[in-house]
Design a binder for this molecule. Structure first.
Ligand SMILES: *[C@@H]1O[C@H](CO)[C@@H](O)[C@H](O)[C@H]1NC(C)=O
Ligand SMILES: *[C@@H]1O[C@H](CO)[C@@H](O)[C@H](O)[C@H]1NC(C)=O
Ligand SMILES: [Cu+2]
Length: 125
C-alpha cells in the first residue's frame, strides 16, 4: 500500500514537472508581426534588421488576401526571386509561420513583388 502511494506521488510529480517544462518552452517563443503596423508590403526586406529571432518564434504575415502571398523558399529562391517547385505558399492574408533553426527565407510569389522588396532572410538561433 505504502509503496503504491509512493509511486503515485512520484508519478504525479513527474507529470507536473513535464507540464512546467512544456509551458516554459511555449513562453520562450515570441510572435513578430512582419513589417510591424504596415504588415507584409513592398520594401519590407530590411524589417528584420536589429531583431533577434529564435527557432520556434512565430512570424505573423498580414496583408490583403489576393494581393500578396507568402512563399517559403530557399536561399536561391530568395536571392533570385524565384519560387522552387513544391514550395509551400500561404495565401490567407493572415499567415503564421514558425521559424526553424538557421536560415529562413520568404518571398511574395506574385510576379515582380519580390524584386520590389517583398523578401525576407531571417536567421533564427
Ligand atoms: C540582439 O542580440 C544582441 C547580441 O546578444 C544584443 O546586443 C541586442 O541588444 C539584441 N537586440 C534585441 C533587439 O534584443
Ligand atoms: C497568429 O499568432 C498570433 C499570436 O500568437 C495570434 O494572435 C493570431 O490569432 C494567429 N493567427 C492565426 C491566423 O493563427
Ligand atoms: Cu506581393
Amino acid at each position: 500500500m505504502a509503496v503504491e502511494r509512493g509511486s503515485a506521488v512520484i508519478g504525479m510529480a513527474l507529470i507536473m514537472l513535464s507540464l512546467i517544462l512544456l509551458h516554459s518552452e511555449n513562453t520562450d517563443a515570441a510572435t513578430f508581426k512582419v513589417g510591424d503596423a504596415s504588415g507584409w508590403r513592398f520594401g519590407v526586406s530590411n524589417w528584420p534588421n536589429g531583431k533577434n529571432f529564435t527557432a520556434g518564434d512565430i512570424l505573423e504575415f498580414t496583408y490583403t488576401q489576393g494581393m500578396h502571398t507568402v512563399a517559403v523558399v530557399d536561399k536561391n529562391g530568395h536571392d533570385t526571386c524565384t519560387v522552387p517547385s513544391g514550395a509551400q505558399i500561404f495565401r490567407t492574408g493572415n499567415d503564421n509561420v514558425t521559424l526553424v533553426k538557421g536560415e529562413n527565407y520568404f518571398i511574395c510569389s506574385v510576379p515582380g513583388h519580390c524584386a520590389m522588396g517583398m523578401q525576407l532572410a531571417i536567421n533564427a538561433s
